[in-house]
Structure formats: C-alpha cells, structure tokens
Design a protein around this ligand. Structure first.
Ligand SMILES: Nc1ncnc2c1ncn2[C@@H]1O[C@H](COP(=O)(O)OP(=O)(O)O)[C@@H](O)[C@H]1O
Ligand SMILES: [Mg+2]
Length: 240
C-alpha cells in the first residue's frame, strides 16, 4: 500500500544510546542506533531475545528514556519532555499492547477500556462513548460488562487492543501480542491489527518471534542484521 502519508515520518530514533546500570556493570543495549518509520507503516521487529526490542518500544512510547540521542514522534521530540508532559503525551498519542493483556481483574471490559481516558479531559459520558466505540471496533461490544476472567485469551487481547486505541492514538506499539495465543486466535488478532493499520491509518510497531505474524507487516526488521548494517555504514562513512 503506497499512499502519500508513507513519506511522512511517524517515528524517528536518532543516535540512540541506551545502557543500564546492573550493579557495577554498565550494560550497553543500544549504541548509536538509528531508525525511521513512516506514517502508515506496519513494522515487525524481530530478533533474538535480549537484543533490545522491548527497550526500543519503550523508548518510542516514552516509557523509558535514552541515555543519549533523540526520540522524535511526529513533530514532537519526546525525550526532553517533563515527566508530567510525557505521560499526557503518551495517553494521547500511543497505544500499547503487551503479550500479557494486563487487564485489571476487578474491572469489566468496559471499565478497563475507559481507564486510560481518565488521563484525558473527557468527561464521564464521553469516556463511556469512546470506550463503547473501541469495544465495537474490536468486536467485543457484547462482552462489555464481562470481567476479564469471564473472557477467553483472545477476547482479553481484543479488550486490551480496545484499551490501546480508545484515545485514538496514531501509533500502536505491540510487544509479542500473540505470544500467549493459539494459532487461530493469533491470526484473528493479527487481522485486527491489519485492519487498524489499513483502514484506520494506525502506524504499528510489533515485536514478534513469530514468522507468521511478521507476514502481516509491511516491513520486517531483523534487528540483529539491522544493527550490523548500521555499524557497517558508520564504519564506511568514517573510512570513506
Ligand atoms: N530496566 C532494566 N534494567 C536493567 N536492564 C535492563 C532493563 N530492561 C532491559 N534490560 C536489559 O537490556 C537488554 C535488552 O532487553 P530487552 O529490550 O527486554 O530485549 P528483548 O525485548 O529484545 O528481549 C537485556 O540485556 C536486558 O537484561
Ligand atoms: Mg522483549
């Protein structure tokens, strides 16, 4: 799918360095990492565990900060925002879907989906309307009053996706969204993500180990090779 908005950059990581202090060790996860994703892309991010895939999603979604470098989402540089501004920005601009749905067990599907809207200026009635719309979009309107324990794994993941899209973010970040699901249910969830990408214009970045899942994406990044290629081009720039 080639559209005009594919030329507009949705996500840009520039010269990212990210390291963690583990005891007295400094663990470098990303070293001068660069990535650019256009609006409307559906990117599958693959590679061995421990390589820093989740870390990249956290950086893109403002859940974590780079040690140095910049994170630019749309026109906004987010790594320099204050914590308060960043959480408001995140609530409006990013939807997260994790391997485990992280639904609150004491809230109904509707209640779980309304939750992120508490961070927005919407009033109670508007929150209910938006949540109902999101639940309808993922085919879960009839289960709105059910508690998570009354839902199947696939249905729980649908509710989690409704929660991720309820504030109508432009970007959806998924970390192994089908990791806990059987093949058929996984395919249903991936089809739903494809609909959100193709019909609703969401830019999606999905970490996955699943080759079948990556077939739904418009671009597959094998992170190990991508990092190597980045280092090679930096080397030849220095040598050249
Ligand atoms: N909060 C953290 N504190 C310390 N180390 C971390 C933290 N998060 C991730 N790491 C380390 O960073 C590396 C990359 O982790 P991660 O991004 O989760 O990899 P992946 O998702 O590709 O499996 C791992 O070595 C992990 O132990
Ligand atoms: Mg991970």
């Amino acid at each position: 799918m080639q559209t005009d908005n594919q030329n507009k950059i949705a996500i840009e990581l520039k010269q990212i360095n990210k390291s963690y202090q583990k005891g007295s060790n400094n663990v470098v996860v990303h070293d001068n990492f660069n990535l650019s994703i256009a609006e409307g892309e559906f990117v599958a991010l693959m590679g061995p565990s421990g390589l820093g895939k989740s870390t990249l999603l956290h950086l893109i979604g403002g859940l974590d900060l780079p040690t140095s470098g910049s994170v630019i989402i749309g026109a906004q540089r987010i790594d320099t925002l204050s914590e308060g501004k960043l959480s408001t920005w995140r609530a409006e601009n990013i939807g997260f879907v994790f391997q485990s749905h992280h639904l609150l067990p004491v809230l109904t599907a509707q209640g779980n989906v309304e939750l992120p809207l508490l961070l927005t200026p919407l009033d109670n009635k508007q929150r209910k309307q938006h949540a109902s719309l999101a639940l309808r979009l993922v085919g879960m309107e009839e289960r709105a009053k059910h508690l998570p324990k009354e839902l199947s794994g696939g249905q729980e993941q649908r509710v989690a996706i409704a929660r991720a899209i309820v504030s109508d973010p432009k970007i959806i970040l998924c970390d192994e969204p089908t990791g806990n699901l059987d093949r058929k249910t996984a395919d249903e969830i991936l089809s739903l993500l494809t609909t959100l990408n193709k019909d609703y214009g969401k830019t999606i970045v999905m970490v996955t180990h699943d080759l079948r899942a990556s077939e739904y994406a418009s671009r597959v990044i094998n992170l190990e090779q991508y990092i190597d290629a980045g280092k090679q081009s930096q080397l030849s720039a220095v040598e050249g």
